[in-house]
Design a protein around this ligand. Structure first.
Ligand code: H2U
Ligand code: ZN
Length: 344
């Protein structure tokens, strides 16, 4: 019997995170008995008088939001990091501790309480990219690393349905970034080309592509852990968001729109995920080989309510998936690029 990756259990390696994932494609043949949820076509309110993030409303802290229209950015009222905090002094090899200074901000995507990235127009999405760039530039001058991210949907622990993202800037490099700096720098040294630039070239036109444009590529990576995880890659060399040209940014807005629309259309629901940018740290090092990219980690598996749990074997041994990345990409390609709620 010869090996067939769509048939036989195997492991795939993620060279960016340095982790393996167990793929069990034979299990995906189980009948798709899972429930089918009714499409969620209720139009949410464009303004919610009880929302802490809507324009003109008071937040929990008592601060009143201005009558904003595009993006509105404010310092998190419950910051996970403080700008000025004492550093620990103890040294113990078993109980290691390190200082953590930083700042955290919230980015409301627009004044419209009902519109996520998938339902904003590309001009508005480009405005969000402008804001990400401004935050990355300003905070990057003061901090070693700037993490831009979004938790979307109650299933991902998002505390407020008003579409928003966050920025956390730190005087240290977080764990995942330390790993990605190392793996990308090692790859450049061994292969002479940035890992993710090589990946974009190898994946273009292939079975794992969901959206392909002149400058960008959205793929379900070969090594995806979550069923519909995607990786958004530039097809050109770039380390950080502020370095994008206007044409690359314009194109990015369209790709973000199409990818998030396809996500929503997959189960006809506002698709939950954690999403974030990984850019080169702003710690003064060159970080050659570090390519800007974004990860989308959505929890859903089979319907709007049936999610994948990373438990058991995943917690104790290794991530595992049934649906192959190629099958996941095929499902995302098969849905319409027009949002299901448009015209509903
Ligand atoms: P989520 O993106 O996970 O929902 O978090 C929203 C953030 O918004 C959360 O960090 C902040 C919370 O502290 N927030 C405020 O700063 N002020 C508020 O009035 C509500 C929420
Ligand atoms: Zn709101």
């Amino acid at each position: 019997m010869s090996f067939d990756p769509a048939e036989h259990p195997h492991q795939r390696f993620d060279p960016l995170s340095g982790r393996w994932c167990l793929v069990s494609p034979h299990r995906a043949k189980r009948p798709w008995l899972g429930q089918r949820d009714e499409p969620n076509v209720d139009a949410p309110l464009a303004y919610d008088p009880d929302c802490y993030l809507c324009a003109g409303n008071a937040r929990t802290s008592g601060h009143v939001n201005p009558a904003y229209e595009g993006c509105f950015v404010f310092d998190n009222d419950f910051p996970a990091l403080l700008e000025d905090t004492p550093a620990p002094t103890e040294i113990d090899p078993l109980f290691q501790i390190s200082s953590a200074r930083g700042t955290t901000r919230v980015i409301c995507y627009s004044s419209d309480h009902s519109k996520t990235l998938a339902e904003l127009d590309t001009g508005q999405i480009s405005g969000i990219i402008d804001t990400w760039r401004d935050e990355a530039t300003a905070l990057g001058e003061r901090y070693r690393y700037v993490q831009i991210f979004e938790n979307k949907g109650a299933q991902m622990g998002c505390s407020n349905p008003h579409p928003h993202g966050q920025v956390w800037a730190t005087d240290f490099l977080p764990d995942a970034i330390v790993t990605e700096c190392q793996t990308q720098s090692d790859w450049l040294n061994v292969h002479g080309e940035p890992m993710l630039l090589q990946l974009a070239a190898r994946e273009a036109g292939g079975p794992r592509v969901i959206v392909e444009s002149e400058h960008w590529l959205a793929i379900v990576p070969w090594w995806a852990q979550w069923p519909f995880e995607t990786l958004l890659l530039p097809r050109f060399a770039v380390g950080r968001l502020p370095d994008l040209t206007p044409a690359q940014q314009h194109d990015l807005a369209q790709v973000l729109k199409e990818l998030t629309v396809r996500y929503d259309n997959l189960f006809e629901t506002s698709f939950p995920y954690s999403f974030g940018w990984h850019g080169a740290p702003t710690d003064g090092d060159a970080h050659a080989g570090f390519q800007l990219h974004a990860h989308f980690y959505p929890p859903l598996l089979r319907s709007a309510s049936v999610r994948k749990f990373m438990v058991g074997y995943e917690m104790l041994a290794e991530a595992q998936r049934d649906l192959t990345p190629e099958q996941a990409a095929e499902k995302l390609r098969a849905v319409s690029p027009i949002h299901y709620r448009e015209g509903a």
